[in-house]
Design a protein around this ligand. Structure first.
Ligand SMILES: [Zn+2]
Length: 209
């Protein structure tokens, strides 16, 4: 059994969505300063690094993160090669030969290469799911869709794609690092921190081979 970690490491250098609070990690207590123990304080947005969006992110009255169905977050997943594509429209997704019945779909796009740049600033021209692609995923019965940059939706018009997915209860996992992952079938485990009332949360996501 091989476990592939597809989670970004949360550091202050991690790019964040423009306008979101930057990652701040501090250590109010530290052994080196003579404290009893070391304690790290996290000051981050719920949408930091590898994270998921709950329906409440865009849908009034939508489910918050602690109420998500764990069943959608653990199970068989397909990683598809969507490199060399622009925005993922219904037509583009149709052309990726995704078999029917896939419930968890992870899209490896050209975005993964952006993580190679390490501390690079936020990239606005990332590959995203177009509204028609979101509708296609809902029609196909996908329950979880993951992508390898910080949003499933295009930078200049984020609402429609999010609304279509989240209204249908499709969980959006964002900020995956799929650089080292060959397309194919895996078992996904993607569990968000259980924060009451939150519209999203950082996840530790792994693929098991
Ligand atoms: Zn998000």
């Amino acid at each position: 059994m091989t476990i592939h970690d597809i989670t970004l490491t949360i550091t202050p250098e991690l790019p964040v969505w423009p306008g979101d609070p930057p990652v701040r990690l501090s250590q109010p207590a530290h052994l080196e300063r003579g404290d009893l123990c070391t304690i790290t304080r996290l000051d981050i947005s719920a949408h930091t690094g590898t994270h998921l969006d709950a329906p409440a992110h865009f849908i009034p009255g939508g489910a918050t993160v602690e109420r998500l169905d764990l069943d959608a977050l653990i199970g068989p997943a397909l990683v598809v090669d969507a490199r060399g594509q622009g925005d993922l429209t219904a037509e583009v997704l149709q052309g990726l030969a995704i078999p029917p019945g896939v419930q968890r779909l992870l899209l490896r796009t050209d975005n993964s290469a952006l993580w190679q740049r390490g501390e690079a600033p936020f990239a606005e021209d990332f590959v995203a799911i177009a509204p028609s692609g979101a509708a296609w995923l809902v029609e196909r019965g996908v329950r979880l869709v993951g992508i390898d940059y910080l949003s499933v939706a295009p930078f200049d018009d984020p609402a429609p794609t999010h609304q279509i997915l989240l209204r249908a209860g499709v969980i959006a996992v964002e900020g995956l690092d799929l650089r080292a992952i060959e397309p194919g079938a895996y078992q996904l485990i993607c569990l968000p921190i259980k924060i009451g009332g939150a519209d999203g949360a950082p996840c530790r996501a792994v693929l098991v081979d």
